[in-house]
Each structure stands twice: as C-alpha cells, then as structure tokens.
Write a protein that binds this ligand. Structure first.
Ligand code: MN
Ligand code: MN
Length: 401
C-alpha cells in the first residue's frame, strides 16, 4: 500500500467506514493501471500496445517480433554506411536478414558476392548495379526508388551511388544468420593470395599488383561513373550483355490487388524470373486494415517504409501478442501464424512482406470462412445467417473493400 493511500485511509475513511479491506480493494483497483516507477515516455509512446496490451492478447507472450533499425549500429565509411538486423538482433528471424545501406554519389559497395541470395529495394535516390551471369556475360543497370534487384548466391556484383545524392536501399538475405561483414570481397580475395599466384593467374608481372589494398574496402568513395551506355558497352566486351534481367521496376506493374483502402504489389518468380525471394509491397490508407491472413509456405520478414501500424500475431497454444510498428522497423511472422496489420496513424502505412520462397502464397481468413459450409461456421461462432453471408467471399487484401 502506498503512503498516499495509507494516509487517505487513516485521514478520512477509517472511522466512517470501518472496513480497511474494502477500501484497500477499491484503492488497488483504481491504481492497477498506473505505472509510477521509472519510464521512457518516448519509447512508451511508440509502443502503446506493449505498455497496455489489448485484453485479447494472452498473458503468456509470443516471442518478440519487432526490432527497429534505430537500434542497429552503423558501420560508417567515407562513401556511406551500413547496418543490419539479423537473427542476432531479432532471434525469431531465422529465415531472412536485412541490411540497410547508404552510398554517396560515387560511393561504392565494393565488388563482392555472397553465400546467400541478395534481394534489394531502392528506398531513396539512384544507384548503378553491376554483375555477371554464369556464362560470364555482364549486367549493368541503374535503379531508382522502389526498383528491385536480385543476385543469386555466388553472382558477383557491386552497387554505386549516382548523382545528385547517391542512394539508400534495403537488402534482404535468405538466411537469418547472414552478416554483411561475412562476404567474399574483391580486396580480401586479392590480399590473401600469394603475389606469384596472382602473377601466374592473370599472366601479369607481380610488380603491377604492388599497390593492391592491404585491408578490405567494403565501402569507399570514388568518382561517379560515366553514362550507363558507356559502362554497359565497356563491361559487355566481346561476350555481349547478359540476357538475364537482375532488376525489376516495381511501379511499372499495376497493383496485384486494390481496394478503396489500399493496394498490394506482389513480385515473385512469376513476374521477376530470377528471384527466389518473394515480396508483397502493401499500402494501407488511414483507417484501413491489411486483412487477417496467413502464409502456408514461409516465414514473413517485414520492413516498415512509412507510416504507423500495429500487428497482432495469433500463435499456437492459445497465445497472441500485439506490437506497434513504424517507419524503419523490422517485423516478423512465423510460417502459418494468423496476423493482420492495421494502420494506426493518419498517413499511408507502407510496408514489405518478404518470404524465402520463389512464390508468394497466402490464405485469407475471410475466404476460408466464406468457403466452408455455412451451418458449420455458424455453429462454431454463434453467428446468424445474415452475419455469415456478410463475410467477404474473396480476400480483399486491404479492408474495408
Ligand atoms: Mn551484395
Ligand atoms: Mn502477411
């Protein structure tokens, strides 16, 4: 009992009522939704559904499924920076990891390749990307906001910021244990090879390699490259350009589904041939809801690009948890778990749903109920026929329709 309630009791109520226990109960109930100890108002304000969860959440919690990029430390270089959210930061995120990177105009993410596949979306500005395919043919392209690229494991590539202000992008790797620090770099490769081997391999005098870097570059500043046509021609040489397109222009396709409350663009191997990572880019207008659904084939890794929202994940074993998200956050939903995302702000909510799968798949909660015998559903939920009939027959993706 706090000093305040004790004083109140002794001072005003004891003689009149004579029931200490009754008053203590009333005082306790009045104070149960208070939080008088230390607090962080900034973070509390961003996480209202964690501070006071909706009563539908379970008291035994679902494993945390949010990590803000604001918590990830940056590796800074002249030419840009990178930061990552992997299974080390967010233990539930076992299948995918995200790397957020900024390059200045002329700044280069050094030539390298990965043991995992690299999927990317441009968030700001413009970059030139380079790669070769398995027949040695070159790929050089410029990418703008919302464009994607995909480099399969082992495909060597580079990224360079262009004028006027370089770029920022999100990379998604199909291994939660990935780290951007664990890649095969051109500089690393060269410095770890005996000079006489380099000489023999390239048929070039050893002295010509005397000034190769003695430590990794990773990100470095150099000049903005020449025109795209010049770079494409120089890289193609006698072999010619690769017939493969490692880039995809997201905004050049119409929305896959659209309602008055928002839209979704689905990009997977059906329209972006080279990819083995599937994306749904979702926009939910204020007041809208990304409808209740689940994914049968893969975990979902989310990146919140704009706006504010909240998501409840209904897990197995009678558990559920609601978490708030905003621009720059990573979210995660394990395969098959039921979830929705509600716009809780007054601007558009834009986020990515990413899957380690060539194909995007989902089940709509509404479609399921609408295509199960009516009497069976009504007997479960104690609803009347009119209510059953009102359940949407086709998944709206973003509600209300
Ligand atoms: Mn890469
Ligand atoms: Mn989903």
């Amino acid at each position: 009992m706090s000093a305040f309630t004790r004083r109140s009791f002794i001072g005003t109520a004891a003689a009149a009522v004579g029931s200490f226990a009754a008053l203590q109960k009333v005082a306790g109930a009045d104070r149960s939704k208070s939080d008088p100890g230390p607090a962080n108002p900034g973070l509390d304000g961003q996480n209202p559904d964690s501070i006071w969860p909706p009563p539908t959440d379970s008291k035994s919690l679902v494993q945390n499924f949010k990590y803000p990029f604001s918590f990830a430390n940056k590796r800074s270089y002249e030419g840009g920076w990178s930061r990552e959210v992997t299974v080390r930061e967010l233990p539930v995120s076992k299948t995918l990891a995200g790397v957020n990177m900024r390059l200045t105009a002329g700044g280069v993410r050094e030539l390298h390749w990965h043991t995992s596949a690299e999927w990317a979306i441009m968030l700001y500005g413009t970059a030139r990307i380079t790669a070769i395919d398995e027949s040695g043919k070159s790929f050089v392209a410029d990418t703008n906001k919302n464009d994607l690229w995909f480099f399969p494991p082992g495909v060597p590539h580079s990224i360079q910021g262009l004028n006027p202000d370089g770029c920022e992008f999100m990379l998604v790797f199909d291994d939660g244990d990935f780290s951007e620090s664990e890649t095969v770099l051109l500089s690393d490769s060269m410095m770890h090879l005996p000079p006489e081997v380099l000489s023999k391999n390239f048929g070039i005098n050893q002295q010509a390699f005397a000034k190769i870097p003695k430590q990794e570059l990773f990100i470095f500043q150099t000049d903005v490259p020449p025109s795209l046509a010049d770079d494409q021609k120089a890289a193609a040489g006698a072999l010619g350009k690769s017939p493969k397109d490692f880039a995809f222009r997201t905004m050049e396709i119409p929305p896959t589904k659209q309602t008055k409350s928002g839209d979704v663009r689905i990009v997977d191997s059906r329209n972006f041939k080279v990819t083995t990572t599937a994306m749904a880019m979702v926009t939910v207008h204020p007041g809208g809801l990304r409808e209740l659904h689940w994914h049968p084939n893969a975990d979902e890794w989310q990146y919140y690009i704009a706006g504010k929202g909240r998501m409840t994940v209904v897990a197995t074993g009678n558990k559920a948890r609601t978490i708030d998200f905003q621009e720059g956050d990573v979210g995660y939903v394990q395969k098959t778990l039921l979830h929705y995302i509600e716009n809780t702000g007054d601007t558009d909510l834009v986020f990515l749903e990413m899957f380690k799968s060539s194909l995007y798949q989902e089940f709509s909660f509404s479609e399921w109920l609408a295509h199960t015998p009516a009497e069976l559903v009504m007997a479960h939920l104690n609803i009347d026929k009119a209510t059953y009939d009102a359940i949407p027959k086709t998944g709206g993706v973003v509600m209300p329709l």
